[in-house]
Design a protein around this ligand. Structure first.
Ligand SMILES: [Fe+2]
Length: 355
């Protein structure tokens, strides 16, 4: 392993290899060290923050380390300790975090459990468990088979009711068929229902047919009564908010204050599209769409906004009505195939009668 001794000479129109050689020369590292550094830096490119920090740092080095550094304070040893080592550490940490965000977190589906307590709930539905599976985005680039995991984990929970929140597949017929063939393995005593997400309006008739063939009932601005022990609760599913066709008008005659009502809407922002009167008639709204931010700053802040910040993830308690809103992180990814502190999840809601 030899080091480069060629001095830095600025020329116009250099190709990338020449520039790389000059950077190596400037930093006085060997080719092997440079390749390792480059590989780790490549991984770090998945982390935008660390990437921009590394890039800025490299840029500063190339501008502020002229040859005179050899004769002054910036000895090779000092440069190695103060520049190369931190840069290497930064890239290494970036690589670790990137590896986690690319290979670990998107595959680690968790069960997010919530209890919804209501005096409106009929006694027969006390303890009823609802599984919400949403934003599968099957067919998007990823590193693991999420469909198998979803089915296995949901079967393990034995929910009474299974709801799908939309955004099932990437635009691919093969992905759509594979997705619904797998989902057809799931069943529940109170049934399996679905709504559409904003990604599902591609080849809509075929999408509806695939959902139907999987034994899933698609609710498009429709309501169904779920019956158990001679009592019943109302389930409503609306079209996606971004289709501009979501509405509760067709189900108004079913809505009554005395009934426990669940609303399934892909987009949680539909909460604000409802009238205050409707918010007073719905007990629980289940949504997805946001992916929990998908890439967050350690769960504290999510730059990606697909819904109001208050609806990014989790449980939002009623403010001006009686509607509890639960937003799932969903399963898959859109855009970059990574997740960071927004683990994929299946939501499991237990309905409880208030004493
Ligand atoms: Fe969506």
């Amino acid at each position: 392993m030899g080091s480069y001794n060629r001095p830095f000479t600025a020329k116009k129109n250099k190709n990338h290899r020449e520039i790389a050689v000059q950077i190596i020369t400037l930093l006085e590292i060997t080719q092997v060290q440079a390749k390792i550094l480059y590989s780790i830096s490549l991984l770090a490119t998945y982390n935008p923050v660390l990437y921009s920090m590394s890039f800025t740092f490299c840029l500063r080095i190339s501008f502020f380390l002229p040859k005179r550094c050899r004769k002054c304070w910036c000895t090779r040893s000092f440069r190695y300790k103060m520049i190369i080592a931190p840069l290497f550490l930064l890239a290494f940490l970036g690589g670790l975090l990137s590896g986690y965000a690319v290979f670990v977190e998107p595959c680690s589906i968790t069960i997010a459990e919530y209890d919804i307590v209501s005096e409106n709930l009929p006694d027969a539905f006390d303890g009823t468990r609802i599984a919400l599976i949403t934003d599968i985005h099957h067919g998007s680039f990823g590193t693991c088979n999420l469909l198998d995991k979803i089915v296995r984990m949901t079967q393990d929970q034995s929910p009474d009711l299974i709801l799908y929140g939309g955004d099932y597949v990437r635009k691919s017929e093969a992905a759509r068929d594979a997705c619904f063939t797998k989902l057809s393995e799931l069943d529940a005593p109170l049934g399996v229902y679905a709504v559409l997400g904003n990604h599902d309006y591609w080849k809509l008739p075929q999408m509806r047919q695939a959902i139907h063939n999987a034994g899933i009932v698609l609710l498009e601005n429709k309501a169904v009564w779920l019956e158990k022990g001679g009592e019943r609760i109302l389930l409503i599913g609306v079209k996606d908010l971004w289709s501009h066709k979501s509405s509760l008008i067709g189900v108004q005659r079913e809505l009554a204050k005395s009934d426990f009502t669940v609303l399934l809407s892909h987009n949680p922002d539909y909460y604000d599209a409802m009238s205050p009167n409707d918010r007073n008639l719905i007990d629980l709204m289940l949504s997805g769409h946001t992916h929990g931010g998908q890439i967050t700053l350690f769960g504290l802040y999510a730059p990606r906004k697909t819904a109001q910040a208050k609806f990014t993830t989790g449980l939002v308690k009623p403010v001006d009505g009686r509607t509890h809103v639960i937003i799932s992180n969903g399963i898959g990814t859109v855009g970059l195939p990574i997740r960071f502190f927004a683990r994929p999840q299946i939501v499991l809601v237990t309905l409880k009668k208030s004493p």
